[in-house]
Design a protein around this ligand. Structure first.
Ligand code: NAD
Ligand code: UFG
Length: 340
């Protein structure tokens, strides 16, 4: 019988792509998402793409009574916990909302694991849990520490999950530390659909190329990097999604907790990305240089070797694929899922 995975936040950007990877790999997906930052249409399209059904429940993952019902109705083998708030700047303005949602949703799932004897959980962590003093490339052994409430919620959830696996030796948790996911499924049918003005680079670029935004502001060109603009480890969201399938297999084969980077190990500057996007898509991205954005680092990229060693996973797609696929999604869906 196919294994069932509970995917919290499965209607979101990374969650919807991961549902595709799971269904293609022969898993069944049960999604819980209250759609606070997503659209049910994403899951309709996951079904369209894969020809398979997703069981969908719309409610807040912190609602334990409703969660309990889902775990009673389905024999869940593993959980992938994407649901959470993720905007760094907003977390500084509204710290309590971030601590409340990100930590309570994780605690609720921990209790469900014990009650319903679910052994495996994959947690969406972030490169932001690494202390800023670490040198690049960032390896899993780096010291941990954060500079904003969002990051602290991720680090605290990591600690909660580590403590849980210490106390309950039968459990298995994989903490996946994502670098910068960008791009979209190559069909252009699902992709990133931020509400309001995008904070992140790629959606800002695609909306600018489309004419929805006048110009991109490059946040600083006086960093100690080859061209002065910030350098990041951009990873194609489909590669990232496939990493979750590998993490499920890994979790199944062991117990305890393990933190693993999902990145490419390569750094690209803001201007590298603008240039690649323009070249590969034959469009212009007008930009101006602005001041640095508060809290930004000069250079962030992963040491990706552990994922290769323990998961047998490595990123396959390059920045050309990422830029091409992001643009295909945006062109086909100029207003995101609100088109339909
Ligand atoms: P997203 O906002 O597109 O997806 C998150 C989903 O969770 C949304 O569909 C939202 O409606 C849902 N959600 C949030 N709180 C919920 C709750 N309490 N109950 C039910 N549903 C809830 O974000 P994403 O980019 O897909 O990120 C997924 C996860 O990966 C998040 O935990 C995020 O912190 C983490 N992450 C993302 C990035 C990134 O750059 N996108 C980087 C590192 C880590
Ligand atoms: N940038 C611009 N202009 C923009 C947006 C971004 O120049 O309009 C630059 C940033 O200064 C940075 C780079 O593009 O140099 C990438 O910025 P993003 O906002 O896309 O991504 P970040 O690296 O700042 O943040 C991401 C995730 C966070 C996570 C963090 C660390 O969005 O959730 O990585 O892992 F915490």
């Amino acid at each position: 019988m196919a294994k069932k995975v509970l995917v919290t936040g499965g209607a979101g950007y990374i969650g919807s792509h991961t549902c595709v990877s799971l269904l293609e790999a022969g898993y069944e997906a049960v999604v819980v998402d209250d759609l606070r930052n997503s659209d049910k249409e994403a899951l309709n399209r996951v079904e369209e793409l894969t020809g398979k059904k997703v069981d969908f429940y719309q409610f807040d993952v912190c609602d334990e009574a409703k969660l309990d019902k889902v775990f009673s109705e389905h024999k869940i083998n593993s959980i992938i916990h994407f649901a959470g708030l993720k905007a760094v700047g907003e977390s500084v303005e509204k710290p309590l909302e971030y601590y409340d949602n990100n930590i309570n949703s994780t605690l609720a799932l921990c209790r469900m694991m014990l009650k319903h004897k679910v052994k495996n959980l994959i947690f969406s962590s972030s490169a932001t849990v690494y202390d800023q003093k670490n040198e690049v490339p960032l390896s899993e052994e780096g010291t941990l520490g954060c500079s904003n409430p969002y990051g602290w919620t991720k680090l605290m959830c990591e600690q909660i999950l580590r403590d849980l696996t210490h106390a309950h030796k039968e459990l298995s948790v994989v903490l996946l530390r994502y670098f910068n996911p960008i791009g979209a499924h190559e069909s252009g049918i699902i992709g990133e659909d931020p509400t309001g003005i995008p904070n992140n680079l790629l959606p800002y670029i695609t909306q600018t190329a489309l004419g929805r935004r006048e110009q991109l502001t490059v946040h600083g060109n006086d960093y100690d990097t080859p061209d002065g603009t910030g350098v990041r480890d951009y990873i194609h969201v489909v590669d990232l999604a496939n990493g979750h399938v590998k993490a499920l297999q890994y979790a199944d084969s062991r117990t305890g907790s393990d933190a693993i980077n999902l990145g490419t190990g390569k750094g690209y500057s803001v201007l590298d990305i603008v240039k690649a996007f323009e070249e590969v898509n034959g469009v212009k991205v007008p930009y101006v240089i602005g001041p640095r954005r508060a809290g930004d680092l000069a250079t962030v990229y992963a040491a990706p070797q552990k994922a290769k060693e323990v998961l047998g996973w490595e990123a396959e797609k390059g920045i050309e694929d990422m830029c091409r696929d992001a643009w295909r999604w945006q062109k086909k869906n100029p207003q995101g899922y609100r088109n339909s």
